[in-house]
Structure formats: structure tokens, C-alpha cells
Design a protein around this ligand. Structure first.
Ligand code: NAD
Length: 415
């Protein structure tokens, strides 16, 4: 049965809402998007043929500030998924207390089947189609699955042609996740992994875990690879990693930097496992059930379900992907007293540095990497501290505590 991530998101909201005093209609408003925009536009292929492309932008809520969230280019962009992702952006931004609301969007297309010139025309047309509904103080998109800094740069360039209300530098703030030389911020690329690392380090301190810990990370893209590198540099033992083709396991620990280089040269983790006698090839399903101290899902939604939740052996789960644990699995993990750092806290480092990028564009500033990382650390540590306090006071999960913190901020912003 297909799991609907928006239903999981609403289950999480309704659990937390019992702890926060608010009129019923406010909960209703927070349960549905404020606006769903559908756009349709022609794309001229290199062959001269024209295809009509359908796209969406969900603007979930803007009480805290402009809608904020990524654009996904994928053949199966699904409205329930986009709604869930825009809802989580609303919660995430309120959790780290940045002045943004929740948004998300996407195009129903497989960009891997397009030439570079077609991808550029597609991105520029999408920017023109969205132009009336976005802007530095309205809605600020960013990269997501299959969208890159280069795509943000094309979209920014196209958007700037359409409006004269701000300076050129301020108009760049309409998109974040841009390349560094084109108005992007230093530190954005590694920010999500780094934010997750700061939160994990704080949790290890609270639980007095020491550093003699094993870690398994599912997904070795932007988020998984940076997180794995940072925890390994910190002294934890990364024993398992995976990508879409499968995973690699070594009880003695993996050389994360060597694997980063191997992936850069085009190899998969399954290839790496085959080439090293000290390593074993494992499936993605098996990785989730390894007897490790820390499990990090950093790939897709809904990978931990009611079926495999009873078999999870990790002592702590750090949710770096969005929505990797279904609502049903979450209940099982709570009963089993396995602490879960929720996605809306653990992976909020990325949008926090997107906020820094927006701020630098709006104020014509350029921050050093050291300044970006210092500010990121401060905001992540503060958000974790507040979540931990609420969790202790109410004796609830970190997820519910994070939602309570976010709901309190949203309600204050509405007033
Ligand atoms: P990415 O495209 O860079 O990497 C995704 C990784 O997952 C790749 O290694 C891919 O091989 C792997 N993968 C794909 N299908 C898989 C499967 N079936 N099983 C196992 N692995 C699979 O994406 P990313 O930016 O690292 O994002 C990963 C997750 O983190 C997503 O859920 C995303 O929404 C979330 N996230 C990303 C950011 C960010 O700043 N990039 C911020 C917040 C949340």
C-alpha cells in the first residue's frame, strides 16, 4: 500500500496540537495549504518538437515570513508529497526560528532525459511561469531533488528580467542555493549535514554517549556524505553507507573520505564493496536493521515503516531525509524508547543557511565561511536546547516537542 506522506505529517501535527492551546480553526488552517499554484508551459525540445510541461508550487503558510522551500524536478512529482514537504518546511523554519514560512514545488519531468540547453529553457520557462507568485518578500524557492545551483542561477537570471521593484542584488534573494559566485552563500552545500552533526553532538552530550559509537548512513548524496564525513572526523565509527544501488558494511569502520573520492569518480557503493575484501555488500533494507548505535536515514521518505520498525536495532535515529519514518513506525519506535531526532530539527541546517544567503543578498553583504558556520552552530544548538527542554517538561518524544516549539512560534507570529 502506498504511504501518503501528507497523512503522516497531519498525524504528527495532531499529536502535538493536543499540547498547545489554540482555536480549532487555527489547527484547520495549519492542516491545509494556503495556496496551490499549477502552471503549464511549452518546452521546445532540441528536435523542434514542443512538449507541454506541468508544474506546481504549494504555498503552505506565511505567518513567519515569505514561503520558503525547494523545487523538485521528477517524473513522479506527487501533490501529496509536495504538500507534505511544504508543511514540513513551515514546521522546520519555525523550529529554527527563521523568518520564513513553508513552501515547495516541482515539475513533472525527468531532467536526466534533457540536454543542457533543454534544461536551461525549462528552468527559465518555469521561472517566468512562477514570476507573479514569487519574490524576495513573497516566496523564495531553492534546490531540491534533481535541481542544482546552476538551475537556481538560470531561474534567478530569468526572474530578474521580469521585475524592477528591487536592486539586482536584492532580486537574487528570490532564489537560494545559488552558486557562490552568483549570489550564493559560502557553506550552503554542506549546511544540512553540518546542522545535523551539531544536533547529534548535542544529543550525544545529553545522553552521555561518549564517542565510542558506530554509525550507519542510508543515502550518500549531499546530505549523507557531508554528515558521514563530519561524524567520522569527530571520531565516531561509520560502519555502513548506501546509495540507490545498495550499500557497503565494514565492522571495523569505513574510510569515508576514500569513499567520497570513489563516488566522485563515478563508482557506486556496491562497486566499492566488491573491490575491498574488508567490506561486505549489503542491501538498503539490511542497512536499516544493522546493530549500530546511530542510524541516519538520509535518502528517501517512508523507509522505516510499521513492518521494519520492530526490527530496528539502532539506539538513536537521526532523520536527515524528510519524512523517512512513517507515523505508524514512529509510534512503534516511541514505545521501544528509541530516541528519534526528527527531520524538521535534524535537517534544518540547509534552510538556515538559505536564510543567511537571502539575508546577504537583501543587505548586499558577503559573509565568510567561518561566520556562516558559527551562526549555523548557534542556531542549531539553540533549537536543540529548546526542544530538549520541552521534551523533558512534558515527557514526550523529540518530534512532538519540536512540533510544540514550532506551533508556539507560528501562533505568536500570527498574532
Ligand atoms: P541527493 O540527491 O544529493 O542524494 C540522495 C542520495 O540517496 C543518493 O546517494 C542516492 O543514491 C540515494 N538514494 C536514492 N534512492 C535511494 C534508495 N532507494 N535507497 C537508498 N538510497 C537512495 O539528495 P540530498 O540533497 O542528499 O537529499 C537527501 C534527503 O535529505 C532528501 O530526503 C531531501 O529532501 C533531504 N534534505 C536535503 C536537504 C539539502 O540541503 N540537500 C535539506 C533538507 C532535507
Amino acid at each position: 500500500m502506498k504511504i501518503n506522506p501528507f497523512e503522516s505529517a497531519l498525524t504528527q501535527l495532531n499529536i502535538a496540537a493536543k499540547y498547545v492551546r489554540m482555536p480549532g480553526w487555527v489547527l484547520e488552517v495549519l492542516s491545509r495549504p494556503e495556496r496551490i499554484i499549477e502552471v503549464n508551459f511549452p518546452l521546445e525540445k532540441d528536435s523542434g518538437a514542443v512538449e507541454i510541461i506541468k508544474g506546481y508550487r504549494v504555498q503552505f503558510n506565511n505567518w513567519m515570513g515569505p514561503y520558503k522551500g525547494g523545487l523538485r524536478f521528477h517524473p513522479q512529482v506527487d501533490m501529496d508529497e509536495v504538500k507534505a514537504l511544504s508543511f514540513w518546511m513551515m514546521i522546520k523554519n519555525a523550529t529554527v526560528n527563521i523568518p520564513f514560512g513553508g513552501g515547495k514545488g516541482g515539475l513533472e519531468i525527468d531532467p536526466k532525459k534533457l540536454s543542457e540547453a533543454e534544461l536551461e529553457r525549462l528552468s527559465r520557462s518555469f521561472a517566468r511561469a512562477l514570476a507573479p507568485n514569487i519574490g524576495p518578500e513573497i516566496d523564495v524557492p531553492a534546490p531540491d531533488v534533481n535541481t542544482t545551483g546552476q538551475i537556481m542561477n538560470w531561474m534567478t537570471d530569468e526572474y530578474i528580467k521580469k521585475t524592477q521593484k528591487y536592486t539586482k542584488e536584492q532580486l537574487r534573494a528570490t532564489f537560494t542555493g545559488k552558486p557562490v559566485g552568483k549570489g550564493g552563500s559560502l557553506g550552503r552545500e554542506e549546511a544540512t549535514g553540518m546542522g545535523g552533526f551539531f544536533v547529534l553532538r548535542e544529543l550525544m552530550g545529553k545522553l552521555k554517549l561518549g564517542k565510542d559509537l558506530t554509525v550507519a548512513v542510508q543515502g550518500f548524496g549531499n546530505v549523507g556524505s557531508h554528515l558521514a564525513s563530519l561524524v567520522s572526523e569527530y571520531g565516531l565509527k561509520v560502519v555502513a553507507l548506501s546509495d540507490s544501488k545498495g550499500g557497503v558494511y565494514a565492522e571495523e569502520g569505513l574510510d569515508v573520505q576514500e569513499i567520497v573520492s570513489f563516488k566522485k569518480d563515478g563508482g557506486s557503493l556496491a562497486d566499492y564493496a566488491r573491490k575491498r575484501s574488508s567490506c561486505e555488500a549489503i542491501s538498503n533494507a539490511k542497512l536499516l536493521e544493522l546493530p549500530v548505535d546511530i542510524l541516519v536515514p538520509a535518502a528517501l521518505e517512508s523507509v522505516i515503516t510499521k513492518e521494519n520498525a520492530p526490527k530496528i536495532k539502532a539506539k538513536v535515529i537521526l532523520e536527515m531525509a524528510n519524512g523517512p519514518i512513517t507515523a505508524g513506525a514512529d509510534l512503534i519506535l516511541n514505545k521501544r524508547k528509541i530516541p528519534v531526532v526528527p527531520d524538521v530539527l535534524a535537517n534544518s541546517g540547509g534552510v538556515t543557511v538559505s536564510y543567511f544567503e537571502w539575508y546577504q543578498n537583501m543587505h548586499d553583504e558577503k559573509w565568510s565561511l567561518e561566520k556562516v558556520n558559527r551562526k549555523l552552530e548557534k542556531m542549531m544548538v539553540e533549537a536543540f536546547g529548546e526542544v530538549w527542554k520541552i521534551k523533558g517538561e512534558k515527557r514526550i518524544s523529540m518530534r512532538t516537542a519540536t512540533y510544540i516549539l514550532a506551533l508556539r512560534r507560528l501562533l505568536a507570529a500570527r498574532k
